[in-house]
Structures are given as structure tokens and as C-alpha cells.
Design a protein around this ligand. Sequence first.
Ligand code: GDP
Length: 366
Amino acid sequence: MEHPENDEAYKGLVVNAGIEHPSSVNPYLKARKRPQRQALSVNDYVDGIVKGDTVTLSRAVTLIESVLPEHQVLAQEVIEKCLPYSGNSVRIGISGVPGAGKSTSIDVFGTHVLEEYGGKLAVLAIDPSSERTKGSILGDKTRMEKLSVHPKSFIRPSPSAGSLGGVARKTRETIILCEAAGYDKIFVETVGVGQSETAVHSMVDFFLLLQVAGTGDELQGIKRGIMEMADGIVINKCDGDNVQRSQMAAAHFRNALHLFPMPDSGWSPKVLTYSGFYGLGIKEIWEMIYQYIDFVKHNGYFDYRRNEQSKYWMYETINEHLKNSFYQNPKVEEMLEFKENQVLQGVQTSFAAAKQLLDVYYSTLK
Ligand code: GDP
């Protein structure tokens, strides 16, 4: 048919008949069905993990991270059965503000350790912001180029759902599975913001604090509590024209640490300088960690700390369950907003409102 715009009214404009637009879908493409993943039994999971199969391990970690109650039940059974195979590792917490060089360090440091000492390394993370950002950059494989392709490494980013306590508990449970899968070195990365350090500290044997000199706030910038947790402080980026500043910062940290009481471990935290980027001083860090582990294994603190951590996690789990059971109770959910408004409007005191909500909760348990 002649194109309507080739009418007299549009003379001067010639429109050729168009051609049919090809489909954007390749006609030769056959619909492909994703193969359905076979559901695994508890024993399948445990067997796979104990054999060191990383696919099964990943699937089990996903189970731990799932919010579905049936997954939770299955996950707990898997963890329970893996427990006898766990415990044989050195767990190291690595913390530092964004940009301190955590991922660069874990990459070079992890590769060094695997090459020099063998074994297997798992890198996990606790990112308190992951719930808000719906994803975590901590423990991100793309930030650890060498380690992510190393056959003896397993990298898993931070679980993203739930409160910090919940995220941390999942990471701790993942440690158990990794150990059962034969990972004898576990790194847990976290960002230096306070609360998450406490969470990491409650699941590792050695807590390493990464610092950078030259920011001017190396001492003011970190909270006293975090420094007190550290078993070792490392001043990173000690290279180029930053060497002198790094050494000065190290001296400052050593002086500051002298003012703190001796930690329960009996080990006085060491301060080292290094450059992750240029691979300087990496050996010394690992030696420091091993010296520490040797020291605390001999004086009994290693087992003491792990026992204390197990106790801590028992109470944490109880607290979390109780809290969830309360807030997910339908009767409580129904009343919560109303009571909150009553408190805001001054109709009821906070205590009276809380008491009423708790009474409603308890009445549903009978
Ligand atoms: P993260 O946020 O703590 O994980 O820090 P990154 O590892 O991503 O490092 C932040 C920046 O510092 C990157 O641009 C790195 O290249 C750089 N960096 C890391 N380690 C060193 C180091 O030892 N020396 C120097 N000069 N730069 C480094």
C-alpha cells in the first residue's frame, strides 16, 4: 500500500515503505528449562560437606541464611551433625574502616598463607549495613582477585537479612560448616564501626585491627573499645612516602596500648607496619598470629575463649528467639502500633504499655 504520507499534502517528503522489524528474540533459541535442583537430605548435606564439596557447602550456607522455617530446621540439623567435625581451625577477625585495605590484605595475605603453609582458607564477612543496602561488599569475590580463583579458598559475603545479632549468628554457624569441610583457616572480615567488631570478636581466636597512617585521626578515629579487643594492630600502606608516617603511627599505637590493662589472654597486643599492596611485612603478620595461637594454647586461654564464646552464643540465640517469638506473635503485632501511639500521645506510660503487651504475649502461651 502506498504510504499515506506520500500524499499531495506532504509533497517534498518521500517515505519509503518500511521493512518489518525483526524480532529481538533469536528464533533459533529453544526454551531452556533450568534443571531443578534436587532437594538434599540432612545426610546428603553432611556427607557433601565432610567430603569438602564446595557446592554442597554453599547450598548449606544458603540454608542457614534462609528465613523459611523449614530451611531453618534443616540447617540446624546439618549444623548439629557437622559439629563433631568442627573446631580444628584458626579463626581470625579482620577489621578496619572502609579503605583501610581489608580486601587487598585478605587477598595477598590469604594467598601467602595458602602457598606457604597449605591447608584451606574460608573468608566470611559480617556487614552491619548489609540489611539496608541489600547486599554486602564485604567478602566480595571481585575484590579478592587472586584468592577468588584459588582452588583452596572459599569466599562468602555477609548474610544480608536480619539484625546484626542474626547476621553474626549465621556467620558463626557458617564457620562450623566450613571447619567440617576442612577449612583450617577462617577469616571473618568486618567494617570498623563498633558493634560489628564485638560480634566478630565473639567468634574468633585472633582479632586483627587494620589501620592506615596519615589520616590524622588514627588514634581518635577508633574507639577505645575496639583497640582493647585487638590482639594485633597492623598499620597498612607503609610504602612510598607513607613509611615514616606509618612508623610514627605504630609508635603512637604502642604507647596507647601501654595505657590499657593487660588483656585476659596475658598477651600484649603487637603493632606492626606493612604494605598489602607491595607485599611487604606479610610474613611477619602471620608469624605474629601463630605466636599468639601458640602462646594462648599453652596458657589455656585458647580453649577458655572458645568456651566463653559458645556460652555467649547460647544466650544470644535464646535472646534472639525470645525476641522473634514476641514480635512475631499475631496478638502482639495487632496491638503494637496502637500501643505505640498511646505512648506517643501520653495516654499511657511506656512501662504500662510494655507490661500490657507482655501480658498479652504471655496469655497466648498458656
Ligand atoms: P577496604 O575497603 O578496607 O577493603 O580497602 P581496599 O582493600 O579496597 O583498599 C582501598 C584502597 O587502598 C585501594 O585503592 C587499594 O589499592 C589501596 N591499598 C590497599 N592496600 C594498600 C597498600 O598497602 N599500599 C597502598 N599504597 N595502597 C593500598
